[in-house]
Ligand binder design. Structure first.
Ligand code: TYM
Length: 382
């Protein structure tokens, strides 16, 4: 009981459609971590009422996020998937943490500043205390690792600050209760109860930006649907949005340094790299010097387009692109599942680049979501 075992925790709010940023920044990592870690994934409805207390169809949204978890490949038989408000410990521990954390810490949170806007005095106290609840989500399970997008980094740092203060302030009591374990905190080792949780924010897609404005994060709340790829978009919608994505007139650079000051190019290259499970540098090795008119179709191949010669299955191995080779390897594992779930297009998909198939995987996940919750939302009570 005392020793802290490695454990992954993460959560997603049931507000609006999930988009490619949620998928690449978080959910794709949730799926991958299942192979090596004990994982707990949560639909955090208590968080979603901090900005707006009443939602049109909160139950439907909760179901929809849960469906997306399952459709993306989270296995609830091997790991835990649950709804935050069903476990009262989240709200209870959050209250204790409200009495540990300092108001100054909360006031410094950039997400609070962004969400509260100019009229901070009018924001709900819940919005200000949001990071306390997030710390409670994580520390209730003494989770050691939290996969999230870059926008949540400051909240994880605050979770560590709360754990440090709690462990320091109550180390004697924790020991007296026989609950402590030695936890290294900087130069000191303290008899603590809560671990110092590590954020897992790695790879080329930790912050996916709007397709319409490379300086803004891709977000559920952007009024323009063209700014994001929703998990429920079909293959044609995805292709159309990528085609319309904002870019600049220059060709792609051959090295990552050349992406500096080119936010939109950087974003699309990052998306390609994340979907192909490679690096931006590798993508630029392949596409450096080429125009967006060539790159965009590679990222979102329209249905029916013929594969380039180097992507054909019968092409010599040394002429195939690396993402394609990886895709072939991945297909051996994932192919059977895709063929079962897709709407009959998978045979042709074999020739498409790995990236395209993964974007189509989004559409497949969308189909699965619609199958779970139906186009009108859930049929019954959760
Ligand atoms: P939420 O619901 O806004 O987003 C869910 C996850 O998606 C990531 N994300 C992105 N990643 C890359 N690019 C983007 N444009 C992008 N947009 C969103 C988020 O970083 C997040 O990982 N506070 C959290 C939910 C939460 C939580 C927790 C997370 C509550 N308790 C405990 C981890 C642990 C949030 O609002 O995520």
């Amino acid at each position: 009981m005392n020793a802290i075992s490695p454990r992954v925790f993460s959560g997603v709010q049931p507000t609006g459609n999930l988009h490619l940023g949620n998928y690449l920044g978080a959910i794709k990592k949730f799926v991958a971590l299942q192979e090596s870690q004990d994982c707990i994934y949560c639909v955090v409805d208590l968080h979603s009422i901090t900005a707006q207390l009443v939602h049109e169809d909160l139950k439907g949204q909760i179901r929809s996020i849960t469906a997306a978890f399952l459709a993306a490949g989270i296995d609830p038989k091997r790991h835990i998937v649950f709804n935050q408000s069903r476990v009262s410990g989240h709200a209870e521990l959050a209250w204790i943490f409200n009495c540990v954390a300092r108001i100054g810490w909360m006031n410094r949170m950039t997400q609070f500043k962004d969400k509260a806007g100019k009229d901070r005095e009018n924001a709900s106290l819940g919005l200000l205390a949001y990071p306390s609840l997030m710390a409670a989500d994580i520390l209730l399970y003494r989770a050691t690792h939290v996969p999230v997008g870059d926008d949540q980094k400051q909240h994880i740092e605050l979770t560590r600050d709360i754990a440090i203060k709690f462990n320091n302030d109550f180390s004697d009591r924790i020991a007296a209760a026989g609950l402590g374990t030695p936890i290294p905190m900087g130069e000191e080792t303290v008899n603590g109860y809560f671990p110092l949780t590590e954020p897992m924010i790695e790879g080329p897609a930790t912050r996916i930006m709007s397709l319409k404005d490379g300086s803004k994060k891709m977000s559920k709340s952007d009024p323009s649907d063209l700014s994001r790829i929703n998990l429920t978009d079909d293959a044609d919608q995805i292709a159309r949005k990528i085609k319309k994505a904002k870019t600049d007139p220059d060709a792609l650079p051959s090295e990552t340094a050349g992406l500096a000051g080119r936010a939109e190019a950087d974003n699309l290259v990052g998306i390609y790299a994340a979907l192909a499970e490679t690096t931006k540098a590798e993508v630029l090795t392949e596409f450096g010097g080429r125009q967006f008119s060539e790159f965009k179709p590679a990222l979102a191949e329209p249905r029916g387009r013929k594969a380039r010669p180097d992507q054909r299955r019968d092409a010599p191995a040394d002429r195939r692109s690396r993402p394609y080779r990886r895709g072939l390897e991945g297909r051996r594992r994932a192919g059977r599942r895709h063929r079962r779930e897709d709407d009959g297009r998978c045979e042709g998909d074999r020739r498409l680049p790995a990236v395209t198939r993964r974007l189509r995987g989004q559409a497949v996940a969308g189909l699965a979501i619609r199958r779970y919750v139906g186009p009108e939302g859930p049929a019954g009570e959760p």
